[in-house]
Write a protein of this length. Structure first.
Length: 148
C-alpha cells in the first residue's frame, strides 16, 4: 500500500501575475480519471486550462500480485486519487469569465504496473467520483518512465 501527497502555493515576487508556464496543473498522472490539465481554473469562452497558484493532491494505492510469474514483473492495483487547484491569477477584466473553484475532485480505478526492461509502464482505468461540470475527464491512461 502506498500513500502520497503534494501541496503547493506560488506567490510572485515582483508582480501580481504568475506566468502560465509557472502555474500548477492537475490531472493526468497526478489525478487519474482527469485529462492532463483537466482540473482547475478554466476560461469559459475557450475552455482552456489556466493553471493555478494553490493546489493539493494525494493518492492511496494498493498493489497486488496478478498470478503471473513474479519474474515477469506485472502487478495489479486499486487506487483512489484526490485533489484541487485554484486561483489562476487571472480575472474577468483580463480575458473574460473564468470557472475557478477549490472544490475537491476524487477519482477511483484499477491499473496494471509492469517493471519493463526499459522502465516502469502503467496502464489505468479511472472514473471521477467527484468533479465539476467544467473539468475534462478521461477513462484510460497509459504512462511510462519514472517520476522525479
Amino acid at each position: 500500500m502506498s500513500l502520497t501527497g503534494d501541496v503547493g502555493y506560488i506567490e510572485p515576487l515582483s508582480s501580481d501575475l504568475v506566468r502560465i508556464s509557472n502555474r500548477f496543473f492537475l490531472g493526468g498522472d497526478s489525478l487519474r480519471g482527469f485529462q492532463t490539465g483537466g482540473v482547475g481554473p478554466r476560461d469559459v469562452q475557450t475552455g482552456s486550462s489556466l493553471g493555478g497558484k494553490e493546489m493539493y493532491s494525494g493518492s492511496a494505492e494498493l498493489t497486488f500480485p496478478t498470478g503471473l510469474p513474479k519474474e515477469i514483473g506485472i502487478r495489479g492495483s486499486f487506487f483512489s486519487d484526490f485533489g484541487a487547484l485554484s486561483k489562476s491569477g487571472e480575472n474577468e477584466a483580463v480575458g473574460g469569465p473564468i470557472n475557478d473553484t477549490m472544490a475537491i475532485r476524487v477519482s477511483a480505478g484499477i491499473g496494471a504496473l509492469w517493471r519493463s526492461p526499459f522502465g516502469p509502464v502503467k496502464v489505468s482505468i479511472a472514473r471521477p467520483i467527484v468533479k465539476e461540470n467544467f473539468d475534462r475527464t478521461e477513462l484510460f491512461r497509459f504512462s511510462f518512465g519514472s517520476r522525479f
